[in-house]
Structure formats: structure tokens, C-alpha cells
Design a protein around this ligand. Structure first.
Ligand code: DX5
Ligand code: ZN
Length: 216
């Protein structure tokens, strides 16, 4: 079954606990960490993740859009994240980092920006629990889905099958009622949605609707 991870980037940051409750039934809560260096935007860090982890039963899927993830990512596991995603473009030693995240007890995930190909990382895939393919340039919610990423999603699904891996394949950026079916058809199974969930009057219903569409 498809997993839907609402992104709190599109939520009201002054009411994060309530916003987490508003998406009851979601598989994970997607938490976008931005440092104003790796991306031109700034969001939150470990203190907010710690509070949020206490405030909700939904596991936290932390997407680190930051420089020096080798240094910071382990702290997000300690803060309560169930899954930690670092960007390969920023990581000095992705294999070591993935192993450290797993050893600390979280799922290890690696993200690729739109211009980063998956092929050079084929041999790393067994070290990961999830691969994130960005379907917008990271930094902001509400951007248009990049259709040109669909072949990369397809190729990644083929690599996962070729190696017989359990790896989840996540897409993030511009995922909505109009784009989710294309992503699912190409092979994605974990879907981040910010504006398509929190931009509606009934976020929990939006989650259910997106999941149904992805599973069709
Ligand atoms: C963008 C973030 C996304 C963002 C998605 O850099 O990584 O998680 O919240 O927002 P939507 O779904 O509105 O494109
Ligand atoms: Zn994200």
C-alpha cells in the first residue's frame, strides 16, 4: 500500500501539534529541515523535532536539506526521528552516514536533487532503507511537479528490482491529486505532499484521497 507523508512545511508552524493531529492516519509526518545554505530557506532544527516527536504518535520522516549532514544527521535520530534523509550532494561519506543512522535505530534515507543521477549510487542502495527522488528543486513548498523526473523514478525502481531490495522509493515536490498517479505508475511507493494536504479544508481526507489514487 502507498504511504502518504504530509509535509509540515505547508502547515501552521505556530500550531504544529494540532497540525499533526489534523493528518491522523498519515503514515509518517514529513519534517523539512533547511539551513539557508544547502537551500535558500530556513525552517527548524532538533529542538522542534524533539517537541514534535513528543506531541504526536505519527513517526517523523526528517528530510535534511542542510550542509554537513555527516555532522548533524545523527542528532535528528536522537531527537526522535524514525527516518532521516540526507542529501548525497552534501554528504562527505554517505555510506558511513547511512550506517550511523541505522546503528542509532532510525531508517536511513538518501535524497537526490533533480540534476543528480541515480546510476552512480547503484552500489550504495543496499545501505539504505529509502531513496528520495526530488520532483522539484528543494527549498520551497507549492512548486510545480517536474515531469522530467519520471524516467529517473522508473530507472530507480528497476535498480531496486534488479538487486532484490526492500528499499522504499519516495517522491517529494509537487505531489498532488493530478500528479500522484504518474509517480505511482513510475514506481514510487512513498509520497510526500505539502500543499496538497495542508492547503485543503480537510487534511486527513486529502491523505486518504491521495492514498486511494496512488493505490489504484
Ligand atoms: C521542498 C520540500 C518538500 C515540500 C513539498 O523542498 O522538501 O517536502 O514541503 O511541498 P509541496 O508538496 O507543496 O510541493
Ligand atoms: Zn521534503
Amino acid at each position: 500500500m502507498a504511504q502518504i507523508n504530509p509535509s509540515i512545511l505547508s502547515a501552521d508552524f505556530s500550531r504544529l501539534a494540532e497540525e499533526a493531529k489534523a493528518v491522523e492516519g498519515a503514515d509518517w509526518l514529513h519534517v523539512d529541515v533547511m539551513d539557508n545554505h544547502f537551500v535558500p530557506n530556513l525552517t527548524l532544527g532538533t529542538p522542534v523535532v524533539e517537541s514534535l516527536a513528543r506531541a504526536t504518535d505519527i513517526p517523523l520522516d526528517c528530510h535534511l536539506m542542510i550542509e554537513e549532514p555527516d555532522r548533524w544527521a545523527p542528532q535528528y535520530v536522537e531527537a526522535g526521528a524514525g527516518s532521516v534523509t540526507f542529501h548525497v550532494e552534501a554528504a562527505a561519506a554517505p555510506v558511513r552516514l547511512a550506517r550511523e543512522i541505522r546503528a542509532k535505530g532510525a531508517r536511513a534515507s538518501m535524497a537526490l536533487k533533480p540534476a543528480t543521477p541515480v546510476e552512480p549510487y547503484e552500489d550504495l542502495l543496499p545501505e539504505l532503507d529509502m531513496l528520495l527522488i526530488m520532483t522539484v528543486e528543494p527549498g520551497f513548498g507549492g512548486q510545480a511537479f517536474l515531469d522530467i523526473m519520471l524516467p529517473k523514478i522508473r530507472r530507480t525502481r528497476e535498480l531496486i528490482a534488479k538487486h532484490g531490495l526492500e528499499l522504499w522509493l519516495q517522491v517529494d515536490g509537487g505531489v498532488s491529486a493530478t500528479t500522484i498517479e504518474r509517480c505511482a505508475e513510475a514506481g514510487a511507493d512513498v509520497f510526500v505532499a505539502g500543499s496538497a494536504v495542508y492547503g485543503t479544508d480537510d487534511p486527513a481526507a486529502a491523505v486518504r484521497m491521495l492514498r486511494n489514487q496512488a493505490d489504484e
